[in-house]
Write a protein that binds this ligand. Structure first.
Ligand code: ARG
Length: 577
């Protein structure tokens, strides 16, 4: 066990049991990082009331029964009754040494849960926008982290592949020709294809009629219409996959589970809701009204499951997603990585599903709310002309800007090597910017800031990893061979080693809170702890071989943790930078 907080919790809990009886062994020892020691146990303050005694006396009873000699160098009571705990240097050193051989770098393997994650969800024949970028990047980091923690992650890319626009899109595809350049646009610039279809739809009367008839044919399962629809979806999938490849996102075609997947469930879902008395017809639409969901002037907000024209919307498809994920996928947790404005909608979906008996208590649905990405004007990011940003162009610009940085920092490398670094740094910067702020807050998209080599940025962490690799290259050494033993004498060594022990706990915390920015903050701390260590403690030039081996081991452990952490975020760690 490498997590100091957890080890100290266990020890203090035993002390509580020994001092005050078995009833107290379950009490939270309230271990917190401390200004005056490494940690403090604050349990005495709460317990004093329960025991009717002075907190300081309770604290001294705890200390009298505390068995931490192997872990702590110093135990001291301070203030009204805090127990200050200072770890032994050799204990920290040994735990840090274990990280070198532990492939998990201290991260726990948790009891396996089934966790479907709904993320990315772009729309067929439409450009992906920065909102899709963020749900893709955050969802992928969560998928990677939860998988690493031992869970059965089921990626669900809920693409928008159904609905009335497909009538017009299919007619446009037919007119342009399936092998035409126009059709090929779907793979590169889907909005151009969509807009051309739209113009025809709004213009020529005849086209619009054909488009409407085509919707009916699609819904009634006409074979030729379905074939053309499939063609549209496949061409769009090529576009999505190009974006995913550029981003280094783990989604594949096997993860596609678009809106159309649920078509056969929608009718029965409506019927069942009516039968169970959960849904009712209001102004022609089939609606669910739930207590406590009211809008302006206290008017009830409906979850519309079938529109008055007979069409289905997100209300019914999302009910289908949760029914399927809870019922068929046996989900323990279901993650919806979707825009924050959808919060009310999802709450209504969950509650309706609970009422209908589709969502057992054992399944926990969670909305991972995604905040907006803004332009410098504080509005949703758009191009100067007001058009939505083309995601591919945005990513290419990031790579181009990174290339300029790399041209300055690494004039010694050839073009190909520099281009490879620029790709990793440019994409890493964009992804890290999405991940390093809490996922539900808005942030301003700013190339200069995300590409900066200083501060909590992707490139800063990538540079930290690359610099460590260069230390080993310079010494003609392989980080895998650095085995220690670690001995801690300098304060900067001790601080770095203690920070290293925080990796496992923070990964577990991300798995629980579903907040990747916590891992970012941790990795930033780690890189800073390494920088200060490297400033104060010569590594390759250390005079004493034992000191050199110890510092090389600390350096290697830092690299392992950094690389593993970046991998969980989906950010590449370049060999050189
Ligand atoms: N395709 C939708 C959009 O682009 C997002 C769908 C989100 N997922 C879901 N299960 N509702 O706006």
């Amino acid at each position: 066990m490498a997590d100091p907080q957890e080890v100290l919790s266990q020890r203090v809990r035993s002390a509580l049991g020994a001092a005050f009886g078995a009833d107290y062994a379950g009490t939270d020892p309230v271990i917190r990082p401390s200004q005056f020691a490494d940690y403090q146990a604050n349990a005495a303050l709460a317990l004093a009331k329960r025991l009717g005694r002075k907190p300081r006396d309770v604290a001294s009873d705890i200390v009298a029964h505390l068995d931490v000699e192997d872990v702590c160098r110093e135990v001291e009571i301070s203030g009204p009754g805090f127990v200050n705990l200072t770890l032994r240097d050799d204990w920290i050193a040994d735990r840090a040494g274990e990280l070198l051989v532990d492939e998990r770098r201290g991260a726990p393997l948790q009891p396996r849960q089934n966790i479907p994650i709904d993320y990315s969800a772009p729309n067929v024949a439409k450009e992906m926008h920065v909102g899709h970028l963020r749900t893709t990047v955050v969802g992928d980091a969560l998928a990677r982290t939860l998988e690493f923690l031992g869970h059965n992650v089921i990626r669900q890319n809920h693409i928008g592949d159904w609905g009335t626009p497909f009538g017009m899109l299919i007619e446009h595809l037919l007119e342009a020709g399936e092998d035409s350049d126009e059709a090929a646009l779907l793979k590169t610039d889907p909005n151009a294809f969509y807009q051309a279809a739209r113009v025809k739809f709004d213009g020529e009367g005849d086209f619009a009629d054909r488009a409407r008839r085509r919707v009916v044919a699609l819904q009634s399962g006409d074979a030729e219409t379905l074939r053309l629809w499939r063609e549209l979806v496949d061409l769009s999938t090529v576009y999505f996959n190009r974006i995913y490849a550029k981003l280094g996102v783990t989604l594949t075609d096997d993860d596609l589970a678009g809106e159309s997947t649920y078509n056969d469930m929608l009718g029965p879902i409506c019927d069942e809701l009516v039968e169970k008395g959960i849904a009712e017809v209001s102004e022609g639409a089939l609606c669910v009204f739930l207590d406590g969901f009211t809008g302006r002037e206290g008017r009830p907000v409906p979850l519309i499951v079938r529109k008055s024209d007979g069409g289905y919307g997100y209300g019914s498809t999302d009910l289908a997603t949760i029914k399927y994920r809870a019922g068929e996928l046996k989900a323990d947790r279901v993650l919806y990585v979707i825009g924050a404005p959808q919060h009310l909608h999802l709450q209504m979906v969950y509650e309706t599903a609970r009422k209908a008996g589709w969502l057992p208590e054992s399944t926990v649905p969670i909305h991972v709310q995604i905040g907006n990405v803004l332009g410098e004007d504080g509005k949703i990011l758009r191009t100067r002309s007001g058009a939505p940003i083309r995601l591919m162009a945005l990513l290419d610009e990031a790579i181009e800007r990174a290339a300029k940085v790399v041209a300055e920092t690494r004039p010694d490398l050839d073009d190909e090597a520099r281009a490879a670094i620029a790709r990793e740094v440019g994409i890493g910067a964009v992804k890290y910017a999405d991940l390093s702020v809490s996922h539900d807050s808005e942030y301003v998209f700013d190339f200069d800031r995300m590409l900066a080599l200083n501060g909590n940025t992707g490139p800063y962490l990538q540079y930290a990893a690359a610099r460590i690799r260069s230390i080993f290259r310079k010494g003609g050494l392989d980080p895998a061979d650095a085995k220690g033993p670690i001995t801690l004498t300098e304060p900067a060594e001790r601080a770095l080693a203690l920070t290293l022990l925080g990796f496992g706990p923070v990964v577990a915390q991300v798995g629980e809170t579903l907040e990747p920015h916590r891992l970012c903050a941790y990795l930033f701390d780690l890189a800073q702890a390494f920088t200060s260590f490297y400033e104060h403690c010569p590594v390759l030039k250390a005079e004493d071989t034992a000191v050199r081996d110890s510092r090389l081991a600390l350096t290697a452990a830092t690299l392992h943790v950094l690389v593993q952490g970046l991998d969980l975020l989906g950010v590449a760690a370049p060999e050189r930078m």
